[in-house]
Design a protein around this ligand. Structure first.
Ligand SMILES: Cc1cc2nc3c(=O)[nH]c(=O)nc-3n(C[C@H](O)[C@H](O)[C@H](O)COP(=O)(O)OP(=O)(O)OC[C@H]3O[C@@H](n4cnc5c(N)ncnc54)[C@H](O)[C@@H]3O)c2cc1C
Length: 313
């Protein structure tokens, strides 16, 4: 017989392959430090969805929730309004994303001062992407060139807690992986407290990146950014632009269920659950969840990690 039958190859694997132990359960571990990311809504219906999401996640007591800043600073007012409402109406600690694109230093300072005056003490400081249609990033003539410069500028404005971005698979326009890591170190050395990563799907990619960060002398926390995926086709498109790889195994898991939203959601939950539980089993205890303003998967992921809703008094 040239080929072993499927039965014997399964038996062979069972008898000779490595056994995969059960992952530890959250009860055996300290509760994770969680943060959730939202984007500012464009209309009333989206505002309602966002606030349902915020209210559902609030009892899980995340250490902060962040609100993104639209490409090219296009959501300046909407981001501010959302963050200010979080301060005014919830017990949550907000972090406002702020980018340098298309703005002078003075304009950026003004936004930062407005945040400080509104009681916001945490900024996610980013360079931002070039506007749609632009071939490459060009700093504003009177603006900050890179996130590192923005971090330094913010430090001079007020005593903000500052988070920056990190790229486990290297930023798509970086000169080299080494240079990218060096720039990350410079952002931290300039005064950032932590970095949050671009999303990734293979746990190994993050763990290897952490090894590289440690070797480069980066000791600040590098918090994994977790993106629970339900729309696989959309994620494939977006990932090609932001330099995140989409593993072949993930394509297999979502194969043939494009038109079946219910199954896609179950598969999405399983993929995200497996990812965070593996990270947790490897000692990771901080997670930033990209919610896309939907609470269901974010809540499930947080729950699986051991987060439990605080009981109302
Ligand atoms: C957690 C997270 C949240 C994000 N939120 C937003 C958001 O709200 N709004 C938004 O528009 N975008 C957001 N982004 C996307 C981000 O703006 C883009 O990835 C952007 O292209 C890079 O931003 P950065 O802050 O990482 O830039 P930087 O750290 O400045 O790096 C950008 C590129 O320049 C290189 N570089 C850095 N310093 C130098 C230097 N001195 N000389 C030469 N090259 C240098 C780096 O290697 C990298 O290739 C987010 C990204 C992450 C990871």
């Amino acid at each position: 017989m040239d080929h072993p039958s499927p039965v014997s190859s399964t038996l062979d694997r069972w008898l000779t392959g490595p056994r995969i132990p059960a992952l530890p359960a959250p009860r055996e571990m300290a509760p994770p430090k969680l943060s959730f990311e939202f984007f500012p809504p464009k209309n009333e219906a989206m505002e309602k969805t966002l606030w349902e999401c915020i209210r559902r996640l609030e009892p899980l007591s995340p250490r902060f929730v962040s609100v993104t800043y639209g490409a090219g600073g296009t959501t300046r007012t909407r981001t501010h309004t959302t963050v200010a409402r979080i301060v005014a109406e919830t017990a949550l600690t907000p972090a406002a994303h702020l980018t340098t694109v298309g703005a002078t230093k003075e304009e950026v300072h003004e936004v930062a001062r407005e945040y400080w005056a509104a009681g916001v003490r945490h900024i996610v400081a980013l360079r931002g992407d070039p506007p749609v249609g632009a071939a490459q990033y060009e700093p504003h003539p009177g603006g900050y060139a890179q996130a590192e410069d923005l971090v330094r500028g913010l430090r001079n404005i007020a005593d903000f807690d500052i988070t920056v971005g990190a790229y486990p698979e290297t930023h798509p326009t970086a000169i080299s992986p080494e240079a990218d890591l060096d720039f990350l170190k410079r952002k931290i050395d300039a005064g950032a407290t932590r970095a949050i990563t671009q999303y990734f799907f293979d746990t190994d990619i993050y763990l290897r990146f952490i090894d590289r960060c440690h070797k480069a002398g980066i000791t600040a926390p590098i918090v994994p950014g977790i993106l629970p995926v339900t729309n696989f086709a959309q994620v494939q498109k977006f990932s090609a632009m932001c330099g995140a790889s989409v593993p072949v195994w993930m394509g297999h898991l979502f194969e043939g269920i494009d038109g079946d939203a219910e199954t896609r959601k179950m598969v999405a939950a399983m993929v995200a659950a497996e990812q965070v539980r593996l990270l947790q089993a490897n000692g990771v205890d901080e997670f930033h969840i990209y919610t896309l303003n939907r609470s269901d998967l974010a809540y499930a992921v947080a729950h699986l990690l051991g987060a439990r809703a605080a009981q109302a008094a």
